[in-house]
Design a protein around this ligand. Structure first.
Ligand SMILES: [Zn+2]
Length: 85
């Protein structure tokens, strides 16, 4: 299930984010990193909604998402979607 729009989809069609032991949030494209994960549609709208509504923090049980993580995630989704809005 996407943490932003809550549409249930196969996990294979969603992007997985995971929290590293140090608290850093990373994309986990090969689903090998383990740990607590959050799934999102590969859509800018879902990522923006998730970041704005603090769904990423909630799903990964983070107190706050650092500004670097926030920026990196925004950059990632723009790259993944080819800068489409
Ligand atoms: Zn979604």
């Amino acid at each position: 299930m996407c943490i932003a729009c809550r549409v249930v989809q196969a996990q294979s069609s969603l992007l997985r984010l995971t929290k590293l032991p140090g608290g850093e949030v990373r994309l986990d494209p090969e689903r090998k990193l383990g740990g607590r994960g959050a799934y999102l549609c590969p859509k800018v709208a879902c990522w923006e909604a998730a970041l704005k509504r603090r769904r990423v923090e909630h799903a990964l049980r983070l107190a706050t998402l650092g500004p670097e993580d926030d920026l990196r995630l925004r950059q990632l989704i723009l790259e993944l979607t080819g800068n489409q809005n």
